[in-house]
Design a protein around this ligand. Structure first.
Ligand code: NAD
Length: 386
């Protein structure tokens, strides 16, 4: 069987789904590796590195699609909506395609993958269970985004992060507030703490208190009297409008005192909750910085514009998009390793030879979006029919 890797086409995407050091590992699984020329360029992996590791470099993208039984991508389908139409006709029946697809946020292209009769695995759907932790691309990428968000904030801030006592006077530590204590939020808190800031964190799930405290941040409690805030999978539920308004108000009183606010609150498949209304921004001190990591999903801040930085009353609001791609080498190393662990799991479970057995394997079943001409994931199917 052949494994193919294509060059990413999403604007400014610099990651790649395979790094040279993993070529040999795939070959040990009995897979030949073909890769589109220039695929690793953005992440600083040269074609020659892949070649000397044992891969075949193909000039034509079409040739990779034609030869590969398993296609690895970073972004496809709904995660690359403008370019997916060009790749779609190249897919063929029974071909595996594995990558980020935004299946719950932009489900329509999943129906088109099914029409092509591809075997589509959307990496966002990997179950959040211990056994699948080494395949969890969302965690890997969120770790990078949380780290990078703090660096961007530090760069824009007119003050420094750490407490400094110098002969010229004392500099007080920056006040950093992180909304959402998932993977990205916890990494942002830990990074800001390491840089010497005074860090507070908040999450609607009270269970996160311990995690926030474990990275050295102070947990801020906002009483909302909501009973069921967490799904069985450990994700937050979307809040009712009235509760959300109350949350905005109570949270706002904390936010106006901050110099840096990092937004990471998200609910899978839904618009990100709006937690920073305009009035909060207008009461923040000029010079403050908001980094909205969920800009692509609507943003936690009302004024966020995805992909750009705006200034409102002296407050800079960064609509951060695809931050993982701005650390392309390490992001690719982690992403490619997650994908390798997943493919290796499919191999061991015999799913590469008999794709339909994916429906009997707990990890593959959850991640499988389409097979045999049908969208088989019930959440995606529901979204498509609504
Ligand atoms: P996410 O990106 O979906 O959301 C980020 C955070 O935003 C979450 O902590 C969520 O509770 C919070 N949030 C949502 N709505 C909010 C609101 N209105 N106000 C404040 N906060 C709000 O989350 P994630 O980083 O993908 O993690 C989701 C869960 O999965 C967590 O429990 C995490 O610990 C768990 N997880 C488990 C594994 C594993 O076991 N393999 C791996 C990674 C994550």
């Amino acid at each position: 069987m052949k494994l193919g890797v294509v060059k990413e086409t999403y604007p400014n995407e610099r990651r790649v789904a395979l790094v040279p050091s993993l070529v040999e590992s795939y070959r040990r699984l009995g897979l030949e590796v073909v890769i589109e020329a220039g695929a690793g360029q953005g992440a600083l992996f040269a074609d020659e590195d892949y070649q000397s590791a044992g891969a075949t470099v193909l000039i034509e993208r079409e040739a990779v699609f034609a030869q590969a039984d398993i296609l690895l991508t970073v972004r496809t389908a709904g995660a690359n909506p403008d370019h997916f139409a060009q790749d779609e006709p190249l897919l063929r029946e029974g071909q595996f395609i594995i990558g980020l697809m935004e299946p719950l946020f932009r489900p329509q292209p999943m129906a088109r993958l099914a029409e092509r009769e591809a075997v589509a695995f959307a990496m966002e759907l990997i179950p959040r269970i211990t056994r699948a932790q080494n395949m969890d691309v969302l965690s890997s990428m969120a770790t990078i985004a949380g780290y990078k968000a703090v660096l961007i904030a530090g760069n824009l801030l007119p003050t420094m992060f750490p407490l400094l006592m110098t002969a010229a006077g004392t500099i007080s530590p920056a006040r950093v507030f992180v909304i959402g204590a998932g993977v990205a939020g916890l990494q942002a808190m830990a990074t800001a703490k390491r840089l010497g800031a005074s860090v507070e964190g908040y999450d609607v799930r009270p269970a996160t208190r311990e995690q926030v405290e474990s990275v050295g941040a102070k947990f801020i409690e906002i009483p909302l009297q909501v009973e069921q805030v967490e799904t069985a999978g450990g994700y937050a539920r979307a809040l009712e409008e009235e509760t959300l308004r109350k949350q905005q108000e109570l949270l706002g009183e904390h936010l106006i005192r901050q110099e840096v606010v990092i937004c990471t609150a998200a609910v899978p498949g839904k618009r990100a909750p709006l937690l920073i209304p305009r009035w909060v921004v207008e009461r923040m001190r000029p010079g403050s910085v908001i980094i909205d990591l969920v800009a692509e999903w609507g943003g936690n801040c009302e004024l966020t514009q995805p992909g750009t930085t705006i200034e409102h009353n002296g407050v800079q609001i960064v609509g951060a998009v695809n931050l993982a791609s701005t650390v392309p080498t390490d992001a690719s190393l982690l992403y490619a390793r997650n994908l390798f662990n997943f493919v290796s799991h499919l191999h061991k479970a015999g799913i590469l030879e008999k794709p339909e057995t994916a429906l009997e394997d707990p990890i593959a079943k959850e991640t499988l979006a389409a097979i045999g001409g049908k969208v088989v994931n019930s959440r995606i199917a529901e979204l498509l029919s609504s």
